[in-house]
Design a protein around this ligand. Sequence first.
Ligand SMILES: Cc1cc2nc3c(=O)[nH]c(=O)nc-3n(C[C@H](O)[C@H](O)[C@H](O)COP(=O)(O)O)c2cc1C
Length: 164
Amino acid sequence: MDAIKCLKTRRSIRKYRSSPIPKNIIEDIIDCARQAPTANNIQPWEFVVITDFDIKNKVAKLTDRGKFIAEAPLCIVVFSKETKYYLEDCSAATQNILLASWVYGLGSCWVAGDKKPYAEDIRKTLNVPEGFKLVSLVSIGYPEGKIPAQTKKSLTDVLHLESY
Ligand SMILES: Cc1cc2nc3c(=O)[nH]c(=O)nc-3n(C[C@H](O)[C@H](O)[C@H](O)COP(=O)(O)O)c2cc1C
């Protein structure tokens, strides 16, 4: 799949088949995440890969709108050192995870981490050292059922040429 097609067809997927994801694909998704742009090339990110059922379950239960993480064969949790641009850097890395997954035929969903009251509990559950910020949790798996339809605003609604 070329990059433009990937960008235009990706959708959040919240239902997955139970098939496991090969280790080399998981590693390549993280390899894509770490290629993201990052202010001053600080690369503040750390990625925790969870495939263990019990750990995924614990994490899913802590979230408010991410209970489906429990049913996904994989969850990648993005943490960051607290730098000036950590949120931008790790959001870019999270988007790379979503797009790389889509290229591999995998559906995913970004679940909020930063600013959520459960952020610290998830950090502790995953034994991440104090001071690291939870940015996102990404559930990943082969999609079950139909890919949701597009729900985006139209191009003409959001595009402003030369001035607003
Ligand atoms: C910062 C951020 C936080 C999100 N948090 C959640 C979440 O907690 N639970 C969820 O089901 N979806 C979450 N989403 C996914 C959005 O609901 C989804 O991207 C949006 O509805 C647009 O749909 P699309 O991804 O299919 O284009 C989040 C997305 C972003 C960017």
